[in-house]
Ligand binder design. Structure first.
Ligand code: BJW
Ligand code: ZN
Length: 252
């Protein structure tokens, strides 16, 4: 893949842009071997979201939900960031105002070197008490399959992720909205655009004048809200974008 896959407008923007906001979804981790949610063979084809990704499911059967997250944590710890993650980490050095928003809970952006990741849906390695709300440190990346209890009050600890019907963390959502509203270029990478409020961010960026671009091998459900859709995988397209930035800054 080379730069000709991008429109002239996008090539020019990549070469000159000083404010970029990126929203990532499960697709950026697919090339690391982490299954997405809604693709064929994805997590939702094996498990029913309503049975696992909401608080009622946890209250009904904490052990089942905990085991599902333990299984996913094991899978994530066995994989490494891919070229898409690394290119995004490097991109922050080329753009003065760069914000990385992710719906992913897998920590792979951080492991690739991204310094300030806005985690909209939490982090699978965090946990907190259902009763007193206290954050609990994960003991040596513990992969115990029994639901742990809070050391302060004895309540059940739950994964520090955002389930359906729960509010996104306020500060992260505010940072995401601000970054979408002020950027010149907004990249929506590897997300189906099915889940709100994250799926609203590209539109917000566009309403505020950003050029909005999707990177995805398939058209997402918000593709019609983009100025440009690049049909390809993030592990190839994002490094190609970074290369344009690098060349432009080298010759400037
Ligand atoms: C590649 C690739 C490669 C493959 N390269 N690409 C407005 C309208 C309608 C509904 C709502 C609304 N506002 C709120 C709602 C309700 C709900 C919602 O959105 N429902 C919809 C499903 C209809 N939202 C919520 O409940 C949210 N909370 C909220 O809004 O609070 C306020 C409120 C409360 C109560 C009532 C009303 C409002 C919370 C959402 C939490 C989502 N949680 C999950 C689970 C996290 C924990 C865990 O990991 O277990 O987050 S669900 C799951 O979906 C996960 C993901 O972050 C999220 C998004 O998925 P993503 O990342 O897009 O993955 P996929 O699999 O869908 O797509 C992958 C894409 O990658 C595909 O397009 C591929 O083609 C592509 N791809 N390989 C690039 N190599
Ligand atoms: Zn507690």
């Amino acid at each position: 893949m080379n730069a000709s896959l991008f429109s002239e407008r996008l090539e020019h923007l990549l070469a000159t842009v000083h404010s970029v906001t990126v929203l990532t979804g499960a697709g950026v981790s697919a090339e690391s071997g982490v299954p997405t949610f809604r693709d064929p063979g994805g997590l939702w084809s094996q498990f029913r979201p309503e049975e696992l990704a909401n608080v009622d499911a946890f209250m009904r059967n904490p052990q089942l939900v905990w085991e599902w997250y333990t299984y996913r944590k094991r899978m994530i710890s066995d994989v490494s960031p891919n070229p898409g993650h690394f290119a995004l980490a490097e991109m922050e050095g080329f753009v003065g105002d760069f914000t990385l928003l992710t719906q992913n809970v897998d920590n792979l952006h951080q492991r690739a070197g991204s310094s300030d990741v806005v985690e909209l849906h939490g982090n699978i390695h965090h946990r907190f008490c259902m009763d007193c709300g206290q954050d609990a440190v994960e003991i040596d990346g513990s992969e115990r399959s029994v639901v742990p209890r809070c050391v302060s009050c004895g309540g059940l600890l739950r994964p520090g992720v955002v389930w359906f019907g729960e509010m996104l963390p306020g500060e992260q959502l505010r940072r995401a909205s601000d970054a979408a509203a002020r950027c010149q270029l907004f990249l929506s990478i590897g997300t189906s655009g099915e889940v709100y409020p994250a799926a609203q961010l590209p539109s917000l960026a566009r309403e505020h004048g950003a050029y909005v671009v999707e990177i995805n091998p398939r058209s997402s459900s918000i593709a019609h809200r983009m100025h440009e859709c690049i049909e390809g995988v993030s592990g190839i397209v994002v490094p190609a974008m970074l290369e344009i930035m690098r060349r432009a800054r080298r010759t400037a």
